[in-house]
Design a binder for this molecule. Sequence first.
Ligand code: ZN
Length: 131
Amino acid sequence: MTTPHQWRISESNAKLIGYRCPKCSWVSFPEKKRACKRCGSAPVEMMGFVMKPFGKIVSFVVQHRLPEGFETPLPLAIIEFEEGARAAGHIIDCKLEELHVGFEVEAEYRIMYEENGLTMYSYKFKPRRSH
Ligand SMILES: [Zn+2]
């Protein structure tokens, strides 16, 4: 049975939570770190916040040869969010010719699967359509 508490947890999981260093504002994503990579503060209590889903491509590769079960070609990119955090992810719903460094994308957080009452999420990026 789903309790309100579990419901709240899954709701917050369905968002992009970043963690900001209180000393220099560097943002860690997706893990909460105990040491800041930029200013070196440790231990540090990073503050969680909901990041905007928008970012830009910093670099990318287009994967052509992957194990069975993957649709190819499949672009994989490093994204820098507006808040400064970086993450790697697949680009979907995009023409290969459109891709370039600086290309604006939007993160889409999706439920991957549910197992033993645990919901697993993952994010992908698609061309930014909203502002
Ligand atoms: Zn810092």
